[in-house]
Design a protein. Structure first.
Length: 310
């Protein structure tokens, strides 16, 4: 089973994230819109073969149940969290969503075209929960100035191992689970910190992105909270596709997008970030505020095609 094209490639220059509730849109019209989306993507790939255009379409729990294709083992809805920390920002909403479109390319216009194609003729039948145009910033840094995704597995095989369901999952093999969450950054407060203070918050050096050694890295640093290990001491990996978004005069932040074959890895990361696991919250949450959050199932391209053709 082949995965959808947006999961495994490295991050290109631009992305568009679109999260919808389908509300009044029936399943047959939904499949028709997905067909137009896929056909347009394939045409654009033929016209612009060097654009690195790739896409992932994810389905929320309730919509996937409606489609009648059974439930992948381990798929569940994200739950809100009220954590422990020094700020009321240690609260994580779960905003849900029926559909996730993750579209990325070295061309922002192609990302826009695909989102536009899906929305044509149905805008009064769906609810847009979020739509963000994101961009690669400097050398894959977020707006705090730190490199995001340093912990990502790098090779194709390693990324597939971290994200794709295996053959033991039957028709769901080649699929993945997605976690989508948008953060708003308080850059005015963040930028008042000196660089060494920022590094202690993050747990890495800012320029070289080198993880601080044990004894220097603080337990409430971002890296100290989100890097987790199994019982054998092996790091539990996910693949991050997070990208900054924003306007110079408006909201600015990070759209956190990650893929995994096991949602309990994300569950545990969130539990540690928000201080649920041990009462120690991620200090980074004093400077960034989560405003959305949802889990999605991203079926293999084969299963998606079967769904659309049914």
């Amino acid at each position: 089973m082949s995965p959808q094209s947006g999961i495994l490639p490295p991050i290109p220059g631009y992305a568009r994230f679109l999260i919808l509730n389908i509300e009044q849109l029936g399943l047959d019209p939904l499949k028709a819109q997905l067909t137009k989306f896929e056909e347009t993507r394939n045409r654009l790939l033929t016209q612009y073969p060097h654009s690195r255009l790739s896409t992932s379409i994810g389905f929320g729990v309730e919509l996937w149940q409606r489609l009648g294709l059974g439930m992948p083992s381990g798929f569940h809805a994200l739950q809100p969290l009220i954590g422990k920390g020094t700020s009321d920002k240690f609260t994580m909403p779960a905003t849900g969503g029926d559909l996730l479109f993750h579209i990325h390319s070295d061309r922002a216009d192609l990302c826009f075209i695909l989102a536009q194609v899906f929305m044509q003729g149905i805008s009064n039948q769906v609810q847009v929960l979020d739509e963000r145009s994101a961009f690669s910033y400097l050398d894959h840094r977020d707006l705090t100035g730190f490199i995001d995704g340093t912990e990502n597995p790098q090779g194709y095989d390693d990324r597939a191992e971290a994200t794709l369901l295996g053959e033991d999952h039957g028709k769901y093999a080649g699929g993945s689970f997605a976690f989508s969450q948008r953060f708003v950054h308080d850059l005015a407060t963040w930028n008042r910190l000196k660089v060494d203070a920022q590094e202690h918050v993050f747990g890495r050096s800012k320029l070289e992105s080198i993880e601080q050694p044990e004894g220097i890295k603080r337990t409430n640093s971002h890296i100290g909270r989100v890097v987790i290990e199994d019982a054998q001491g092996e790091e539990l990996e996910i693949v991050r596709h997070s990208m900054p978004y924003g306007d110079a005069s408006g909201d600015q932040g990070l759209f956190f997008q990650a893929y995994t074959k096991d949602l309990t890895v994300i569950d545990r990361m969130l539990s540690r970030m928000y201080g649920i696991e041990d009462g120690i919250g991620d200090r980074m949450l004093n400077f960034v505020t989560p405003v959305s959050g949802a889990y999605f199932f991203v079926p293999s391209q084969n299963l998606l095609d079967d769904l659309i053709d049914a």
